[in-house]
Design a protein around this ligand. Structure first.
Ligand code: ADP
Ligand code: MG
Length: 214
């Protein structure tokens, strides 16, 4: 995957988050403060603008700019967390002009480590980690088996989705939802839901890069 792919990934996230804004807001209204949709819509719109204004020259630079923009534009927990994730991913990619799936999985791993370091969430705390961690495991597994990026992205998206659905019965132990204690159970975590959109956008970006013919 080249620089163009990573710009397209960010554009596809922006589109998906905009389309999913109301759902993310509803999820955050149930166990938070109803701003997750607005937060990410504002943040990724700014990311798309920043990328258009100052097109970066490497995949790593795309992700660092995205992360920095999210940290700058998004208040609330998710801005610094996603911002750190993208920045750490970008740093992990370094100057590489082209990124195979295995390297993308390693970079995502570095991003997840950043999220854990900053937010202290473990698996099962009902956060974005519960969608991101299984998605990365699926991506790494597919990369190890030498599959096509499209297959790896589909597997990662399915794992993220499953992880997000599995947050429904959980009691939140991190973030605003944790203030509700047991009453946080019965609702999907908004950050896990937005991670599904972010991971899912890998697949739509790949589809846009290689339009199917016939
Ligand atoms: P805020 O909670 O400040 O209003 P958002 O609504 O934008 O911020 O984001 C909420 C989401 O952020 C949660 O659904 C959860 O997935 C994620 N989150 C919150 N705290 C943490 C944390 N410590 N570690 C990982 N993710 C977290
Ligand atoms: Mg919120």
């Amino acid at each position: 995957m080249d620089t163009r792919f990573f710009v397209t990934w960010m554009e596809e996230i922006t589109t998906a988050v905009h389309a999913g804004r109301d759902r993310l807001t509803r999820l955050d209204a149930a166990i938070g403060d109803a701003d997750h949709g607005a937060n990410l819509d504002r943040g990724f719109t700014a990311v798309a603008e920043a990328l258009a204004a100052r097109p970066p020259g490497t995949p790593g630079a795309v992700l660092v700019l995205a992360g920095t923009t999210l940290i700058r534009k998004v208040g609330g927990a998710s801005g610094p967390l996603y911002g750190t994730a993208f920045r750490e991913m970008g740093r992990a990619l370094g100057e590489a002009p082209d990124v195979p799936v295995a390297a993308l999985a390693s970079a995502l791993e570095a991003g997840l480590a950043g999220v854990r370091r900053l937010g202290g969430a473990e698996d099962g705390d009902k956060t974005m980690v519960d969608a991101l961690a299984p998605a990365i495991r699926a991506l790494a597994r597919c990369a190890g088996e030498g599959g096509e990026p499209e297959e790896a992205f589909a597997a990662a998206a399915a794992a993220a989705e499953e992880g997000a659905k599995a947050t429904v019965p959980l009691v939140a132990r991190k973030g605003r939802a944790s203030y509700l204690g047991p009453r946080s159970a019965g609702h999907e975590d908004p950050g896990a839901a937005s991670t599904v959109l972010i991971v899912g956008a890998l697949g739509t970006a790949a589809a846009r890069r290689r339009p199917r013919t016939g």
